[in-house]
Design a binder for this molecule. Structure first.
Ligand code: HAM
Length: 426
């Protein structure tokens, strides 16, 4: 589990502020859910991969719970409970803290925060395009381009049709997805026996490898349209999604990739993951369309699409690319006294500055002016305010701009009346 020292929290605040700003600029509203849920919510809806990574416990009433490993089941539960009352489209985002008992590695920890952005109540691929655009808008806000990250997109229906046309029996397609989901992480030597074990001897690992690595979107759309009415619907949705991504100006960061199938059980349509182009990090974000999840929770059918993005892989990626911002810890003013006897007046001034909304600090030790200036620098102060003998003599204090080095004297009464004008605006 994680400790967050102030430096870590400062960076995290920057990340959360950026996630929130992007979400709001796309018209999404924030929600929250509980830190744990009934274990069954995940056991029945998320699929084996998540269930094997749960931190679960039994309470004194012998009820089984799990700390949330993802947000989507809670979201679907909340939406299903008020499905008839919520105005559509439901455009919600959240930044939940969650836990998965996975082996900690670069970009994956047991405890993490995950930006979730989802649209519910809309079947139109416009919603898929909008959530993907929001993820790309966030990458751009961090200074990342198509040189740095790629959103890899596929569609489970279109992929099923392509697999079926390549001889994978329909009933084995969920198994084939599970194998393909591991493709990027497995060596060729490990991929072949896994194919044989999960898909039987009749399916050629080589043919599957060839298909998922070389098939273009046009190839797959063609195969899907030959696959009956459902295939035509899926192909149309994928084609429309691509058109919208182009209109929204994010197509340069997007690529069709049949290797993206996603590990979670509830996806029904588009599926996507963003990956850093270099550095071998696992996915930066992942999501897709889940049209049956609220129905599985015994609620009315409310289609949905969205993604989750982890704080850990995102910070790791920015660090690797040298794009980590430096959200320095700055204050407006550090107040310095030139003599211990001035402490009471100095504290009065500090209190005034703080109640005017300025970020003001001072030294706990009555030390030399030089040392206090050093402390002011260490706190990243924009101004130093020097309270010295001239306060008693002429009612004046001195302001030093620590960026320019310029110094000026001001009447203490004037400063106390309009502190923000003199010391604000860092
Ligand atoms: P997921 O692929 O399990 O999907 O996770 C999505 C993202 O969460 C990952 O790409 C990664 O950024 C982050 N993540 C996952 N596990 C960890 C970890 N152990 N440490 C740090 N970050 C991690 C879901 O969770 C879906 N519920 C997303 C979704 C929302 N689908 C539709 N709406």
């Amino acid at each position: 589990m994680r400790d967050f020292y102030p430096d870590d929290v400062r960076l995290q605040n920057w990340l959360f502020d950026t996630w929130r700003a992007v979400s709001r600029s796309f018209g999404f509203e924030e929600y929250e859910g509980p830190i744990f849920e009934f274990l069954d919510l995940y056991r029945l809806k998320s699929g084996d991969e998540i269930v094997n990574e749960l931190f679960n416990f039994t309470d004194r009433g012998a009820r089984e719970f799990a700390i949330r490993p993802e947000m989507t089941p809670s979201l679907a539960r909340m939406v299903a409970a008020r499905a008839n009352a919520l105005p559509r489209p439901i455009k919600w985002f959240s930044i939940p803290r969650m836990c998965r008992a996975e082996k900690p590695q670069r970009g994956r920890l047991r405890e993490f925060f995950q930006w979730n952005l989802d649209v519910l109540g809309v079947e139109d691929p416009l919603a898929d395009a909008e959530v993907i655009s929001a993820a790309v808008a966030f990458f751009r806000a961090c200074g990342l381009t198509s040189q740095d990250v790629m959103m890899r997109i596929s569609h489970r229906g279109v992929a099923s049709a392509a697999l079926a046309k390549h001889g994978i029996p329909r009933e084995l397609i969920p198994q084939a997805f599970a194998v393909i989901d591991k493709f990027d992480r497995l060596t060729p030597e490990a991929f072949t026996p896994m194919c044989a074990e999960r898909l039987g001897a009749d399916v050629s690992a080589e043919a599957l490898r060839e298909l998922v690595t070389t098939a273009t979107m046009d190839d797959c759309l063609e195969l899907a349209t030959q696959d009956g009415p459902a295939g035509i619907v899926d192909a149309t949705a994928l084609r429309q999604l691509w058109g919208h991504l182009e209109s929204m100006g994010v197509a340069d960061v997007c690529t069709f990739d049949l290797r993206i199938v996603r590990g979670l059980a509830y996806y029904t349509g588009s599926v996507f993951e963003a990956h850093a182009r270099q550095g071998g990090l696992r996915a930066l974000c992942g999501g897709g369309r889940y049209d049956d999840l609220t129905g599985l929770l015994d609620g009315p059918r409310v289609p949905g699409v969205g993604f989750g993005m982890g704080d850990v892989p995102m910070i790791e990626c920015l660090k690797q690319l040298g794009k980590l911002p430096d959200p320095g810890d700055s204050i407006d003013v550090f107040v310095i006294d030139t003599d211990a006897s001035l402490l009471p007046q100095m504290l009065e001034i500090v209190a005034d500055l703080r109640s005017a909304g300025l970020r003001a600090d001072f030294s706990y030790k009555r030390t030399g002016v030089g040392k206090q200036f050093k402390q002011a620098g260490g706190r990243g102060a924009r101004y130093a305010l020097i309270v010295g003998d001239e306060l008693a003599e002429r009612g004046e204090v001195t302001i030093k701009d620590l960026r320019t080095g310029q110094q000026q004297t001001v009447a203490a009464a004037e400063l106390r009346q309009r502190p923000v004008e003199w010391l604000g605006g860092v």
